[in-house]
Design a protein around this ligand. Sequence first.
Ligand SMILES: CC(C)(COP(=O)(O)OP(=O)(O)OC[C@H]1O[C@@H](n2cnc3c(N)ncnc32)[C@H](O)[C@@H]1OP(=O)(O)O)[C@@H](O)C(=O)NCCC(=O)NCCS
Length: 312
Amino acid sequence: MALTPGVPIATGGSGWSRESELQVEEPVFRPDDTIRRNWNASVPIVIDGSGRSRESEHQINEPAFRPDDTIGRSQNTGIAAWTAALGAIPDAVWPRLLDLLDTTERDRAARFVFERHRRQHIAAHALKRLMLSAVGGAPPRSWTFEAVAGGKPRVGPGPGPHFNISHCDGLVACAISDDLELGVDVEPVGRKAPLHLARTYFAPEEERWLASLPAAEQPLGFFRLWTLKEAYIKATGLGLAQPLHDFAFAFDPLRVLFHDPTLGDPRLWRFEQRLVGEHLLALAWRGDGRSRSVDFREVSLETLLSDASIGV
Ligand SMILES: CC(C)(COP(=O)(O)OP(=O)(O)OC[C@H]1O[C@@H](n2cnc3c(N)ncnc32)[C@H](O)[C@@H]1OP(=O)(O)O)[C@@H](O)C(=O)NCCC(=O)NCCS
């Protein structure tokens, strides 16, 4: 939920107040603008350094991850990245989502000052449980979790699918894989981008790439870099303990470059990015050389709740 405007949010150690930073008058990317016309929600698009868009080179429309398939019984090599729009959840559904959460998750939900943060939390953790059940077979309430060093939550104790969640105003996301660590980030993009933060958070070549874009495309460029960097540090599990200048994203094709050789082989890393309505999603995982399919879906939590195969 990084960069949410207008609300004081714990910065997770980043040391800046998102509320005050976002008051700066800067160009706003509107998904209805030019880039959106080229950005078909069902097709992954890469926007290159010139701001032009084209279809992604990644083979992600291979056989999809099918939760009602045999997943859980035999290892699935797909990745699922599902999003749920908060505005589409009827009032009557919220108690049913809350009912899926365990005591820890409910206690956290009760502590939010703002209702919209409470709803983001409930929806993200309900989506996580419903997806885990779709792929892992166990009922949604039965999953237990633990945090590994760095704070990244995982299924445990014991083995389970890998997952990562992200929540922001209006949208929650969850990504799941049987065998790969992954990270996901979502951000609303129809708002001012705090471009002046580029120097603090982006590597020098990222900053230069951003500055090279036409002014009207810089807000989206900013959010592209931001979500990719977030997805990467969430995939590694290090979060903000990972120095943000030690790695840099480049486009056309989309890839990461490492300045710190201890980070390993950057060519193993895979990234996907796409618009979901007025939000931008980035997904990161470290590949193992095998071809992976990504099942991107915009799901309804109400529909998932009534899916008999999930067993709520
Ligand atoms: C905590 C952090 C990992 C993600 O924070 P975020 O982008 O504000 O929040 P998101 O909604 O995308 O993700 C939050 C979820 O990530 C998961 N998470 C927490 N720590 C994590 C870690 N070390 N690694 C991976 N995932 C983590 C949790 O499930 C968390 O949700 P929960 O607290 O409800 O369980 C970290 O990147 C952060 O604090 N970022 C702040 C923003 C920032 O400065 N970004 C710089 C990018 S250039």
